[in-house]
Design a protein around this ligand. Structure first.
Ligand code: THU
Length: 142
């Protein structure tokens, strides 16, 4: 990923963080997915009075992308406040892995540079479509 793309992706994750609905945790998180053509789809965490049904920013971004017919994820940036900033939770790692097990993961605070990871390192020995005898579905198919 070139520097300009990384800057755009981080900006999108930070902008999404500002749209978070987190009245219970007061912990806004923003996520931005980079697609193969350079487009970016973002999402934020959405909490609920029934706490367990809250959605993480990463999975909100995945839902937004799939709702536009896109699942060609190259990278994700996750932005949050505090030190250290939030890496994707276990459930989000599993969901992201479905679409790209070696997704590039950028974790960032409100400002400053991001730390780069590879999803395969964050979720080793993962369960996936191949265990069900399936390839990942190509873009656009049901
Ligand atoms: N959260 C995310 O959005 N992504 C993560 O990977 C970690 C946690 C959100 C969920 C909840 O709204 C808040 O952070 C506190 O757990």
């Amino acid at each position: 990923m070139d520097e300009e793309t990384e800057v755009r992706l981080l900006q999108a994750a930070r902008a999404a963080m500002a749209l978070s609905y987190a009245p219970y945790s007061h912990y806004p998180v923003g996520a931005a997915l980079l697609l193969e053509d350079g487009r970016i789809v973002s999402g934020a965490n959405i909490e609920n009075a029934a706490y367990p049904v809250s959605l993480c920013a990463e999975r909100t971004a995945v839902a937004a992308a799939l709702s536009c017919g896109r699942r060609d994820f190259m990278a994700i940036a996750v932005a949050s406040r505090g030190d250290p900033p939030a890496p994707p939770c276990g459930a989000c790692r599993q969901v992201l892995s479905e679409f790209n097990p070696s997704l590039r993961v950028l974790v960032a605070g409100e400002s400053g540079p991001a730390v780069h990871h590879n999803l395969a390192d964050l979720l080793p020995w993962s369960f996936g479509p191949r265990h069900l005898g399936r390839d990942r579905a190509p873009s656009g198919s049901a």
